[in-house]
Write a protein that binds this ligand. Sequence first.
Ligand code: FEO
Length: 405
Amino acid sequence: MKAVKLAPGVHWVGAIDWNLREYHGYTLPGTTYNAYLVRGSEKTALIDGAYHGFEKEVIARIRSVCDPSEIDCIVVNHIEMDHSGTLPEFMRRMPDTPIYCTARAKAGLARHYDTTGWKIHVVRSGDTLDLGGKTLTFLEAPMLHWPDSMFTYLGEDAILFPNDAFGQHVASAARFDDELGIDAAMAHAKKFFANLIIPLAPKVLKKLDEVGKLGIDIRMIAPSHGIIWRWHAGEILKAYTDWSHGVSKDKVTIVYDTMHGSTTMLAKAIAEGVMSEGVDLRLCLLRDGRYEGTHRSDIVTEILDSKAVLVGSPTLQDEVLPTVAGFLSYLRGLQPGRLTAKKIGCGFGSHGGMGGAVAQIEEALKEAGIEVIEGGFQVNYRPDEDELTRAYELGRRVAREIRAR
Ligand code: FEO
């Protein structure tokens, strides 16, 4: 197994997890855990690691550059186990190697591992580590992704190691954006942002502003998952700014599940109304045991750049269907209301008894920070022609309203 060179003395020594298909509640085509080796004239630093189980792969890649015993220090940008899982093995092999991390990371590591005897040095924003012709500067980045997170910047080569930020879950032979292709890289980055970063959007904007004010040159962004942005660092920085601001298209995402097809009839009628106004649309049947449907993680990726979200469910035992309940819970957690630009939405559905699903949907949308508009409605059993016309008109009205925003 080989390391991959980013710059003289800077190598990727991570691991490729080809078989991971679900993580943090969303589907993915595998991922990578990126670790980096930075060799100065006096010291060698290892930045981050991989999940437990990938120790041999990381060590083999390091060995293609130098003997692991030559590592003088380890930088832990983030303690989540997909990056720190290999740390106990490194500390078993090299117990005197100092670890550099934030105060919260030090406390967090002790909650994950037996850190007795580990030489942990707490760093703060602006602290530096001189490796000899290569200087690492630390920048605390709390909540990007966890309270312990920080970025590390290698000034001489203008490389930012931001851990989770700007990452993507993709397993590939490609290590760089130009090798994977910018369109594919951006699509994976968008899904990563939609499923992990949305609730952190205000912190992303604050951190981007802070980094901008530092006036540092960033030629390459080397995240802890996926490809390294060596040609398109500017594009991913701009995409994070736009996504955090909630920059959206004139696009509606309709999400629904159905029991006997009545809610499907409503969803399709609303969709026709949206399309009649020339507005882009995604009609997503939630994935369950009966239909292929669309996974919630792909739906929220569509929602990221949609201006409106309509959610449909029949009423089952006075509740929304379990698939819809799961989706709404996921959406509430992501909090799209934290994006600068707010989205609009409403509920719809069919019922046989007392109904109630639509009210629950709209309550959940509000809790997710989506502005609920008038017009959501439920029908008894099968929608008749008048009700289908009402659904069509709802679609038209939503389309016109988002076009006006
Ligand atoms: Fe990739 Fe927050 O860990």
